[in-house]
Design a protein around this ligand. Structure first.
Ligand code: TYD
Ligand code: MG
Length: 454
């Protein structure tokens, strides 16, 4: 009988393994994420079993010294901040994003600006000459940066162990492969194994490793998704490829807070840090445009302001369309229902389109208030003055609920020169943060409409 290759099915979203195809992954509940992979015949890994003498023993927590938490600065203010104040020695950081968004640019820019760090930059995608050309574009010091064009993990780790760099960068996980597995580079099992080997290397030697991973829009040729459990930190690039702004978001961080965000601008000389994103996300136009409202939002620990845009028009077909970019469309539907039932606005026969400025993806409930104001502003063609901003959550009975850290939102709005901010009547804040700005407290949607459109 012919020797048939045995296969298993993996979920590209969570890495769950199954002997047969399933439409929906039973572990994470995602649809259409199962891909077929040949079943691995694992060869013996040399050095995988540790000699008994070197085995670790359990240690009492109080006997462990907290030293070693020293972080290494990457001389890139925004990346350092996202990581929680620099990269932790021995950590594995994954930078994910769609092709062409700037992962290679950022990861090469880091060593060029860290003249004090001996860096090993491993590339499986470009030749050393191509990297050189890119480095010349980016400028900076090339003295301590070693480029290694290689894809076989065994060679990479041997080289890294003999060189002992202070920072290692691997571009990208999909191009690397290990001889211990039979499958092709980029397959789910190779990606997992490559990441596991890098993690072992990082933990054993204390060398921080930055790993690049591609993801596609629909997340199909995944990788980064199944790696999230393995790595210590996940930073993800977002943003429209066509625009020049890129958002780098921390999705997971074992050594710092998550949902922090940094904004970069792609220029001819690489990625420039935008340390004050509010300035590019708030209105660039003169007063008098309807359908826009500014929200004071908090992303991670940083408050910033951005514009919410809405367009309300009569529905061309029987059923009204609702579409939202960067905002949960179910939440938009809920807010529209609240406007209809609690404040008497008839929007059910209208198409409503919502957009968050700058390609931002928003999950802070404090944006509700700006969303309903933008919708009403477009519906009545009434412009909201451009020096007014909003921060509040809208409840199902039309009440406006307080949001966390109102002080900091108010202070940021005041700093950017806004003269009025609408918040919930129930929010408590420090008077000092409200210097130079008028804080308008509103209890529910009808009160808001009265205060704003009177
Ligand atoms: P790249 O880092 O190669 O993307 P990734 O590694 O995520 O696939 O970025 C490629 C894009 O960035 C490409 O469209 C060209 C642009 N770019 C600049 O605009 N300026 C620069 O200085 C560099 C190096 C690239
Ligand atoms: Mg690249």
């Amino acid at each position: 009988m012919a020797n048939k290759v045995k296969t298993v099915w993996y979920c590209t979203s969570c890495g769950n393994e199954s002997p047969k195809w399933m439409g929906r992954c039973p572990a994470c509940g995602e649809w259409n994420t199962m891909v077929e992979q040949p079943k691995e015949s694992r060869k013996a890994v040399p050095g995988a079993s540790v000699p008994a003498g070197e085995r670790h023993r359990p240690v009492q927590l109080r006997d462990i010294s907290a030293a070693g938490e020293a972080r290494i600065s990457l001389h890139n203010g925004e990346v350092d901040r996202l990581l929680g104040g620099g990269i932790v020695p021995g950590s594995l950081v994954l930078i994910g994003g769609e092709p062409g968004i700037g992962k290679s640019t950022l990861s090469l820019q880091i060593p060029l600006h860290c003249s004090d760090l001996r860096t090993l930059y491993v590339t499986g995608e470009e030749s050393v000459n191509q990297v050189k050309m890119r480095a010349e574009r980016l400028g900076g010091d090339t003295g301590q940066c070693f480029i290694f064009s290689e894809t076989l993990m065994e060679n990479i780790l041997a080289e890294a162990r003999s060189m002992m760099p202070q920072l290692m960068i691997v571009d990208s996980v999909q191009t690397m492969f290990t001889e211990t597995l039979d499958s092709a580079p980029g397959s789910v099992s190779q990606i997992k194994e490559v990441a596991a080997q890098l993690l072992r290397f990082a933990k054993e030697t204390g060398v921080p490793v930055i790993l690049i991973g591609h993801i596609t829009k629909d997340g199909f040729i995944a990788g980064p998704k199944i790696l999230e459990h393995i790595v210590d930190v996940v930073l993800q690039f977002e943003g429209e490829n066509r625009g020049s702004y890129r958002i780098l978001r921390s999705i997971k961080n074992r050594f710092g807070s998550t949902s922090e965000l940094a904004v970069f601008e792609m220029t001819g000389q690489g990625l420039r840090e935008v340390s004050n994103p509010s300035e590019l996300l708030i209105p660039m136009h003169e007063q008098g445009l309807s359908g826009t409202a500014v929200s004071a939002m908090l992303d991670g620990s940083r408050p910033f302001l951005f514009e919410v845009q809405a367009l309300v028009s009569s529905a061309a077909y029987g059923t009204a369309q609702r579409s939202a970019t960067g905002f949960d469309v179910r939440r938009l539907n809920m807010l529209l229902a609240v406007l209809e039932r609690r404040a008497g606005f008839h929007l059910s026969a209208k198409d409503v389109f919502l957009n968050m400025a700058g390609g931002l993806r928003v999950s802070d409930p404090a944006c509700d208030l700006a969303v309903i104001c933008a919708v009403l502003s477009s519906n009545f063609d009434f412009a909201i003055p451009s020096d007014v901003c909003f921060a509040g959550e809208v409840g199902l009975s039309g009440e406006i609920r307080p949001v966390g850290q109102t002080d900091r939102r108010i202070a940021e709005a005041a700093r950017l020169g806004f003269s009025k901010i609408f918040v919930s009547s129930f929010s408590s804040f420090d008077r000092k943060s409200a210097e130079g700005i008028q804080v308008v407290k509103v209890a529910d949607v009808p009160a808001l409409v009265k205060a704003l459109f009177k």
